[in-house]
Design a protein around this ligand. Structure first.
Ligand code: NAD
Ligand code: IPM
Ligand code: MN
Length: 347
């Protein structure tokens, strides 16, 4: 069982270190962890954010544990040299089109949520975000208009086959949960969304037992804070899913808690916290590593079939939170390593 560990930039290495300690503590026979450079670190060392060696390592691995990429020092570089291209490149090159982002309120965090405790306690949802298409991967450019000003443009597009495959993932996920699926789009304005909605409705015929609803993304953003308990599985495009999942994180207390799995057809999955490199707290040992630790649990479950071990990690995190283990993101004072220690003790 080969796991590629791509820690990246900023707090990436700090949070990944704790997740690796947790994986090693399980003493899984045959587990091999192989590190690779990715992001701004790779641009500085190799002149590209996603070196061929790293891509090869990722391809050869059974799964990838990813930290975060992003470095303010690189924000002025040409787009292809920016750290973010590494994660976008991995998602595209490995065909990781389905991004699962679960958000559930852990017991004891009722007061940490940005929402009232009685509203927050009902949260148990899964955002299924399409990850290989949309405005992220459409043609883009900056052109000069006749009046001399620059105009930036990005093509938003979804084909039926792209929507169909993510819809199947979402319907199947709903089947294993509470049987409800809400598709989020902007079909009142965007043709991209019209094709999205028509296709989701077509796929729904294969899943008569699933209760399907549709919601415009602006309303969904509002409903997510008004009554998040109404959502079971949410399926949406790349951009809307990016935004709604950061919002969902604060509904359950912190972005430092949200894990994710990026899956394709039979290739190695990639597992990462939904947060970024957090330059404002990087290098200070302040980041909450729980999102990355929970991503490692998803890795064991989805890529290695180790359900019991995954559940063990999740239970250890839940116990730590119930016992009052809190980083600064949750109003506490514990640092990254101390939170890692607390999870390890409970493992
Ligand atoms: P961010 O998620 O890095 O940080 C947003 C805020 O949340 C910051 O105040 C940060 O301190 C806090 N935060 C994030 N993770 C935390 C944690 N584990 N514990 C405690 N606090 C945490 O988003 P940003 O500031 O918009 O982006 C910073 C950089 O990260 C950018 O370069 C961006 O492109 C990149 N980014 C990368 C990924 C990724 O690698 N998948 C995801 C998001 C953003
Ligand atoms: C995420 C990030 C990325 C995205 C960026 C860094 C490309 O925000 O993983 O959520 O927008 O998908
Ligand atoms: Mn994001």
């Amino acid at each position: 069982m080969k796991i590629a560990v791509l820690a990246g930039d900023g707090i990436g290495p700090e949070v990944t270190r704790e997740a690796v300690r947790v994986l090693e503590a399980l003493r899984l026979p045959g587990l091999v962890l192989l590190e690779g450079d990715v992001g701004g670190v790779a641009t500085k060392r190799h002149g590209t954010p996603l070196p061929v060696e790293t891509l090869d390592l990722a391809r050869a691995a059974d799964a990838i544990l990813f930290g975060a990429v992003g470095d303010p020092d690189c924000d002025h570089l040409d787009r292809h040299l920016r750290p973010e291209q590494a994660i976008l490149g991995l998602r595209k090159e490995l065909g990781l089109f389905a991004n699962l982002r679960p958000a559930k309120l852990f017991a004891g965090l009722e007061d940490a949520s940005a929402l009232r405790p009685e509203v927050a306690s009902a949260i148990d949802l899964l955002i299924v975000r399409e990850l290989n298409g949309d405005v992220y991967f459409g043609e883009k450019g900056i052109r000069t208009l006749v009046n001399g000003e620059r105009q930036g443009w990005d093509l938003m597009a979804y084909s039926e086959s792209e929507v169909r495959r993510i819809a199947h993932v979402a319907f199947k996920a709903a089947r294993g949960r509470r049987g409800k699926l809400c598709s989020v789009d902007k079909a009142n304005v965007l043709e991209t969304s019209q094709v999205w909605r028509d296709t989701v409705i077509e796929v729904a015929r294969d899943y008569p037992e699933i209760e399907l609803s549709h919601m415009y993304v602006d309303n969904a953003a509002m409903q997510l804070v008004r009554n998040p308990g109404q959502f079971d599985v949410v399926v949406t495009g790349n951009l809307f899913g990016d935004i709604l999942s950061d919002q969902a994180s604060m509904c359950v207390g912190s972005i430092g808690l949200l894990a994710s799995a990026s899956l394709g057809d039979g290739t190695s999955g990639l597992y990462e916290p939904i947060h970024g490199s957090a330059p404002d707290i990087a290098g200070k040992g302040l980041a909450n590593p729980m999102a990355t630790i929970l991503s490692a649990a998803m890795l064991l479950r989805h890529s290695l079939g180790l359900e019991a071990e995954a559940a063990r990690i999740e239970a250890a995190v839940a116990k730590a939170l119930a016992d009052g283990v809190r980083g600064g993101d949750l109003g506490g004072t514990m640092g990254t390593a101390a939170i890692g220690d607390a999870v390890l003790e409970r493992l």
